[in-house]
Design a protein around this ligand. Structure first.
Ligand code: PEP
Ligand code: MG
Length: 581
């Protein structure tokens, strides 16, 4: 029966395909596809996990003291029965063989199938055995994680899914690290239960250019493996098991969107100049060096934000060496063919943890990760790691124009400390005279408010509106429960953004925006009116924002913005003055 699930739209467009569920497990495990030739090995690894747990349970049973309550023995027997259940073992192997899921994923997929069967049982006793099954699965996952600890994980190579039904990823949550494993065109859309519009998972989805809806709360519970699903990334709606008429309608919209993309792509080589002659730089945000080529293909004039933390993920806990980093930065620089590359120093923490949860399901016990030791704070507390990154960036700068950008700066002393480390690194490298422009992200209200003390320390600033909104409004950007309050139109947010642009320009320092607001056509006119002349966004958004700029008069927008900034309801003011398209 057809039904709909509602959430928060992340990437525009329509995707139609079959649901692939990534079930939430107590243990955060990797989800990836194995190569067909690895199926036998992966199945064997999976079966070893089952056997290890069966042996563990046998041992536990044998070691039970004579006076142990009989229920304990009965419980272990139930667990043993489950771990040897042909439906469970065979079903899990089936996911590996038929779908090429890795063992952990196969196990959680089978858990989900069996859990539903338990849910449907009339008998209370049997229904309650579901929690036993969950415990057994946790044990097997732990055994698999333990057995794998020595291997380092490398993302799978791109897979060719040509000729198959398009696949859509449906999950309670996907970590940005997992999503990176799926970047190579495996999924044509995705839906999650949790998350907000600017959570990092959403950002990675946007960079993949696939329609996505997050914060649906229950999609992963309601949708089943293999269901036909339509993701409407414009409206934030997910349609499950659509009727033929609805499906035809959406197929028509897909074709229309293709025509529109084709039309916009003709703007690729056209410079972004407003009607009154203001030149605007269109820059790209990238996550991996290989994205640089795609950025150029989309018409980017350089990279305004290279989120280097993604180089540090999916490495089984090993950080990349200086040489690996140098090669990665150099690859991006060379792909840009002389256009500038802004490398942001590692920004981990909050919803972008470096490591997965521990094998026993614990997460790092930071009290409040978004306010904790993250980004520049972490870098400065790990000077050995930070020095390596600085050296790699400095070495790469020999190959093309590079700037260094520091995330989450709140105190000017953090810039001073970084300069000190940078000076030492340049000295060690024998290039003390190298001029590496150093900038800060304005993401913390304190940095915006005290900008005049930061500006003399830096060569440029870039406004990270994703975090600036989060910290100004005290709204967790990844929490769907408060997503309705995450409001870029809030007068406090617009006031801070306008103030930063104005002060930076007055001080003769370059200012750009690299948060999601820069790529949102709803804000193009407002930001132009505030004086912004450098927008950095996902390559896929460049053409649409450029089209807006080509149709705008910057001085007129400036006058309208002055009125809007006096309004308690800037969104309404933008509508009234037609600043909002
Ligand atoms: C931001 O906060 O706006 C930003 C661009 O950085 P990130 O999204 O990576 O936190
Ligand atoms: Mg940020």
């Amino acid at each position: 029966m057809s039904f709909q699930v509602f959430g928060i739209p992340v990437t525009r467009g329509v995707a139609i395909g079959r649901a692939v569920l990534v079930a939430a497990s107590r243990i955060d495990v990797a989800h990836y596809f194995v190569e067909p030739e690895q199926v036998a090995k992966e199945t064997e690894r999976c079966l070893r996990g089952f056997e290890a747990v069966a042996a563990e349970l046998e041992q536990l049973r044998e070691a039970l003291p004579g006076d142990a309550p009989p229920e304990l023995d009965a419980l272990l027997e139930v667990h043993l029965m489950l771990v040897r259940d042909p439906l469970f073992v065979g079903g899990t192997c089936h996911w590996i063989e038929e779908r090429l899921y890795n063992a952990e994923w196969a196990l959680s997929a089978q858990l989900e199938v069996l859990s539903r069967q338990f849910d449907d049982m009339e008998d209370d006793y049997l229904r309650e055995r579901k929690s036993d099954l969950e415990q057994v699965v946790s044990r097997i996952l732990e055994a698999l994680v333990r057995g794998q600890a020595a291997q380092s994980f490398t993302p799978p190579p791109p897979r060719d899914f040509a000729g198959q039904d398009p696949l859509l990823l449906i999950a309670a949550d996907v970590s940005p690290a997992d999503l990176m494993n799926f970047r190579h065109g495996v999924f044509q859309g995705f839906v999650t239960d949790i998350g907000g519009r600017t959570s990092h998972t959403a950002i990675v989805a946007r960079s993949m250019g696939i329609p996505a809806v997050v914060g649906t709360r229950e999609a992963s519970r309601l949708i089943r493996q293999d269901d036909w699903v339509i993701i409407d990334g414009d409206q934030g709606v997910v349609i499950v098991d659509p009727s033929p008429t609805v499906r035809q309608e959406y197929e028509f919209r897909q074709r229309q969107a293709e025509v529109e993309r084709e039309r916009l792509s003709r703007l690729r080589d056209k410079p972004a100049v407003s009607l009154d002659g203001q030149r605007v730089a269109m820059l790209a945000n990238i996550e991996l060096p290989s994205d640089a080529a795609a950025a150029l293909a989309a018409g980017a004039e350089g990279v305004g934000l290279f989120r280097t933390e993604f180089l540090f993920m999916n490495r089984g806990g090993q950080l990349p060496t200086e040489e690996e980093q140098y090669l990665a930065y150099r690859e991006a620089i060379e792909a840009l063919q002389g256009r500038p590359l802004t490398i942001r120093s590692i920004d981990v923490g909050a919803d972008k943890p470096l490591e997965r949860a521990h094998a026993d399901g614990r997460h790092e016990t930071q009290l409040n990760p978004a306010l904790g030791l993250r980004a520049i704070r972490w870098s400065l507390s790990e000077p050995g790691m930070f020095r390596q990154q600085l050296r790699a960036v400095a070495r790469a700068a020999a190959h093309g124009p590079v700037k260094l950008l520091l995330p989450m700066v709140s105190h000017w002393q953090q810039v001073e400390q970084t300069r000190e480390l940078l000076r030492a690194a340049l000295h060690q490298l024998g290039t003390p005279e190298l001029q590496l422009p150093l900038g800060v992200m304005i993401e913390i209200p304190a940095a915006a408010v005290s900008l005049r003390w930061l500006l003399p320390q830096v060569d440029f600033v870039s406004i990270g509106t994703n975090d600036l909104i989060q910290y100004t409004l005290a709204i967790d950007r990844a929490d769907e429960e408060v997503a309705h309050l995450y409001d870029p139109w809030h007068p406090a947010v617009l006031g801070l953004v306008a103030q930063v642009i104005e002060q930076a320009r007055a001080a003769g320092k370059e200012v750009s925006i690299c948060g999601e607001m820069a790529g949102d056509p709803a804000f193009t006119a407002v930001l132009l009116g505030m004086g912004l002349r450098a927008y950095s966004m996902h390559p896929a958004q460049i053409a649409e924002v450029k089209q807006q700029i080509l149709r705008l008069d910057a001085s007129r927008a400036a006058a309208q913005v002055a009125t809007l900034l006096q309004s308690p309801d800037p969104r309404q003011a933008a509508r009234d003055t037609r600043l909002l398209p």
